[in-house]
Design a protein around this ligand. Structure first.
Ligand code: R5P
Length: 293
């Protein structure tokens, strides 16, 4: 391991130069993966826009019933037309999501935390690869805790998922969690996203922050931006717009969709930004028009 004393701060991100993907497959960093991996990634990232709208409804895995997600069986079928990827637990998917839907699946694969714990950073792989295959998962989502107590075990989880994912051509999405003692700085997100990508994650879910372009530039796989706590529709659309402008290949939003007064219209407005080049203001107008009818 390199000596970390006297390290120079990385600064040459060449953010104006596009990622050198060797003119191959359109998903960043996936050019040398096999057909099965590419097929799953193409299910996730729209081949036309290159981007994705993931809908996160996996909150129940540690929060139990969450405001807005009380009735997954009613909500999810309504939202399906407006999203690209269902990010959920196998329990929610098997019980509440019609299998004939055509959407990709980001399967929540780790668990072990609950709202009743002080330290949420200890998780295990809860879904084995056979079940991920049975669920036809397009990627396995693994929570990681860089800088927290659970760092070692979460990176062990991530590496195990990547090892089995490579055997069966199922991509892994590394999810950057921010421990209580960590700050949401670009320095932290640069560290965490790059570590996860270097360990072999095919997609990284992380938060938006200042200097986001540099985080994207230094991360050789696509980044999708997490939604976070519920804010106004205007602010959530700004977040989506800033993320896409900053180089994210999509968003993975939960509360800002399912806790909106109008979840379907909100998901549709986000899709306008992610896939159709709308600005946040145009998307807000779209949302207002759609909800005033
Ligand atoms: C986070 O790591 C989990 O996947 C969350 O359940 C999900 O990302 C939360 O989504 P949001 O913060 O947009 O409600």
């Amino acid at each position: 391991m390199a000596d970390t004393d006297g390290l120079k701060i990385a600064k040459d991100y060449h953010i104006s130069e596009p990622f050198a993907n060797q003119n191959g497959f359109y998903v960043r960093g996936a050019n040398h993966l096999d057909w099965g991996m590419k097929k799953h990634l193409a299910n996730i990232f729209n081949p036309k826009s290159g981007n994705t709208v993931m809908f996160a409804f996996d909150h129940g895995y540690f929060m139990g019933s969450t405001s807005g997600l009380e009735r997954l069986d009613l909500l999810i079928p309504r939202l399906l037309p407006w999203i690209d990827v269902l990010m959920g637990t196998r329990g929610a998917l098997r019980t509440c999501v019609p299998p004939e839907n055509r959407k990709a699946v980001a399967l929540r694969t780790t668990s072990g935390s609950s709202m009743l714990n002080d330290d949420l950073s200890h998780e295990v792989i809860a879904v084995d690869i056979e079940d991920a295959i049975r669920m036809n998962a397009d990627c396995m989502a693994i929570q990681t805790f860089i800088g927290a107590d659970g760092q070692l075990s979460s990176l062990d989880n991530l590496s195990r998922a990547i090892n089995t994912g490579l055997r069966f051509s199922i991509p892994v999405m590394g999810v950057v969690a921010v421990g209580k003692q960590m700050e949401r700085t670009d320095r932290f997100f640069k560290l965490a996203t790059r570590i996860l990508a270097e360990l072999g994650a095919n997609i990284i879910k992380t938060y938006y922050c200042e200097n986001f372009e540099e985080i994207v530039a230094a991360c050789p796989v696509p980044i999708v931006v997490a939604g976070g706590k519920k804010v106004s529709e205007e602010e959530a659309l700004q977040l989506a717009y800033n993320s896409i402008q900053g180089g994210a290949k999509g968003v993975d939003m939960g509360r800002n969709i399912f806790q909106s007064l109008h979840p379907c219209e909100m998901a549709a407005a986000i899709g306008k930004i992610v896939h159709e080049g709308f600005t946040d203001k145009e998307a807000l107008e779209f949302y207002k028009d759609a909800t005033n009818k």
